[in-house]
Design a protein around this ligand. Structure first.
Ligand code: NVA
Length: 305
């Protein structure tokens, strides 16, 4: 198993499944009042260049539930590339803490940090991937379905979340159908890895011509913001480009048995309507909760190597 958790593709499908199994166990144990203390005496540095609610709170809470401690640092406090070099930051942190959880604007910086660090590095979102989110999403879907029965329709921007969900489908063996505007598909590199993995896992990744086509026969419908963090200046233009990709009641009523998913934060009224986000088919807060359990399992796995 690699030192880090930067992309789902760094690990094997069976390693990811073990993490998911452990996450389910941790969730049950916590509810039954039997917490694990597997991070006793361990310290985790959290380095964040973008704002965060779910990732920040779930990592810090999870670490403290496991008996560890965490230190939160913003990009401005550390000043990578301005105050000191990537490698000096990574090498210093490696002397003090046991894990680095990092949210960097650019994925390349995360890779650079990881290759200079002696400690495990966890991707807490970059412009390219959001693997912790995708793991929590699979955990949530498995609370309603089995891998071979999942048919996930992803509607909207082929962004970091879409990239990680595409990898998840291809590595764990479920089906994802993406409806995105032509120029906003997931990266070609991700698509190639995904097509290769599908041959082994039995998963399926495909394009739909429209949101309506994607949701036909879907048991999960997923969307994310049209302008991700770092793309704020494109918001206005993207609102026009994605206007036909809203997950609203009309779209969802053609898949009445499908669960609706969103990684949050949501831009209510843009990619998803209030009615759907707050409706009976929505499982968005289960996804948010499962971030806690799955990330604890990821940290335990990295520290037990
Ligand atoms: N695609 C979104 C995900 C936020 C959790 C972003 O990168 O801003």
């Amino acid at each position: 198993m690699p030192k880090d958790f930067l992309s789902l593709a760094d690990w094997s499908g069976s390693e990811l499944l073990k993490v998911l199994e452990r996450a389910v166990q941790l969730k049950t144990n916590l509810r039954e009042g039997e917490p694990s203390h597997s991070l006793n005496g361990k310290s985790v540095a959290m380095y964040f260049e973008h704002p965060s609610l779910r990732t920040h709170v779930t990592f810090q809470t999870g670490i403290s539930q496991l008996g560890g401690n965490s230190i939160f640092l913003t990009g401005d406090q550390v000043g990578i590339g301005k105050r000191e070099s990537v490698s000096d930051v990574a090498r210093s942190l490696s002397r003090w803490v046991d894990v680095l959880v990092a949210r960097t604007a650019k994925h390349d910086l995360l890779v650079d940090l990881a290759s200079n660090a002696e400690i495990p590095v966890v991707n807490a979102l970059t412009d390219k991937f959001h693997p912790c989110q995708a793991m929590a999403d699979v955990m949530t879907m498995l609370e309603h379905s089995s891998l071979s029965e999942i048919r996930l329709a992803y509607i909207g921007d082929g962004n970091n979340v879409a990239n990680s969900l595409t990898l998840a489908a291809s590595m764990l063996g479920f089906e994802i159908f993406l409806a995105t505007p032509e120029d906003y598909r997931p990266s070609g590199e991700v698509w190639e890895i995904a097509l290769r993995s599908c041959r082994q896992s039995g998963g399926k990744v495909s394009w739909a011509e429209s949101p309506e086509e994607a949701v036909q026969g879907a048991n999960f419908i997923y969307t994310d913001v049209w302008a991700s963090m770092g793309q704020e200046s494109e918001s206005e233009a993207r609102r026009k480009i994605f206007s036909g990709y809203q997950v609203n009641q009309k779209l969802v009523s053609s898949a009445p048995n499908a669960w609706v998913m969103h990684d949050l934060p949501a831009h209510r009224g843009e990619e998803i309507t209030n009615e759907v986000l707050d409706g009976s088919q929505s499982i968005v807060f289960d996804q948010a909760e499962n971030r806690l359990h799955v990330q604890k399992a990821i940290l335990e796995t990295l520290l037990s190597r």
